[in-house]
Design a binder for this molecule. Structure first.
Ligand SMILES: Nc1ncnc2c1ncn2[C@@H]1O[C@H](COP(=O)(O)OP(=O)(O)OP(=O)(O)O)[C@@H](O)[C@H]1O
Ligand SMILES: [Mg+2]
Length: 259
């Protein structure tokens, strides 16, 4: 089991973590975004530290995915900056951000339909120079509990195994930050518990920061160190989940939206 020094320090949250202020891994300021002539995001500011799990919740259309698109480099913001390890990366493309340690997952896990599991890993390993080994792929598979035989075509994998396969190939890059858009969407309860476990391993043992968008508040209860609540393109609350969940703004935006 890999336990980084920072991970060890975080283990003693109540004591050491409270005293040591780690610099942010990723920080964005004053982010706004227009799409199709509409303002989609307004004045978004957030920070995430190494190994931290930051949850983003909010009703449909709040702008959660759009924010991930900006942080991952698929969209350019109208205003604002994104910094990674203190450097301004606002102008970097998706592939450039992935090279410096920012990985992202999508709401729908799209796998290469005409490859087997083994061929998918091989293609992922050979995207590196020097090529990564089969052991690297095995290690990444173990981290996400992916135990499917290499000969299985990816097209027959269920949603959860697709997610695991994609996550394992992403982990081959050794990301320090994962931007995850609803990784529990479409999963049954036991799978949700397992993905919680996997994310805990990645954050607390591998020291990977995880920004996780999730609709269902209860799923973040156990895993997120803190949460941000978005509504209509803005951040309306942030903090520990249990501290903000009953605030009038969150109740109005989140719970009462379905009525
Ligand atoms: N390409 C686009 N052009 C115009 N408007 C868009 C575009 N993409 C998203 N939007 C709008 O931006 C708003 C935010 O969408 P976004 O997908 O970021 O929300 P979300 O919080 O991820 O929602 P969900 O919970 O349904 O996934 C929505 O009103 C959506 O209709
Ligand atoms: Mg979304």
């Amino acid at each position: 089991m890999l336990v980084s020094p920072a991970g060890y320090l975080r283990g003693g949250k109540a004591g050491l973590m409270a005293e040591i202020d780690f610099p942010p891994l990723l920080a964005c300021q004053n982010i706004s975004l227009d799409l199709g002539g509409r303002e989609i995001l307004r004045n978004i500011e957030l920070e995430i530290r190494p190994g931290e799990v930051l949850g983003i919740i909010g009703p449909n259309g709040a702008g959660k995915t759009s924010l991930i698109e900006i942080l991952s480099g698929r969209y350019s913001p109208k205003t604002g900056t994104v910094k990674y390890k203190g450097k301004d990366i606002t102008g970097l493309q998706l592939y450039e951000r992935s090279r410096i340690g920012i990985g992202r997952t999508y709401q729908t896990p799209v796998v290469p339909e005409d490859l087997t599991v083994g061929q998918t890993f091989k293609a992922a390993r050979q995207a590196y120079k020097p090529y990564l080994t089969r052991f690297d792929a095995e290690y990444a598979s173990n981290l996400v509990n992916f135990v499917t035989d290499e000969s299985v075509p990816t097209s027959v994998l269920e949603t959860f195994n697709r997610r695991k396969l994609l996550l394992a190939t992403l982990l081959l890059r050794g990301p320090e930050l994962l931007l995850m858009d609803e990784p529990a969407a479409g999963l049954i309860n036991s799978e949700v518990e397992e993905i919680d476990e996997i994310l805990r391993t990645l954050s607390k043992e591998m020291n990977i920061a995880v920004l996780i968008v999730e609709h269902r508040i209860e799923l973040l209860d156990t895993i997120a160190d803190s949460v941000i609540v978005m509504d209509a393109g803005e951040i309306i609350a942030r903090g520990k989940l249990h501290d903000i969940i009953d605030s009038p703004a969150v109740r109005a935006a989140y719970f009462e939206v379905a009525h």
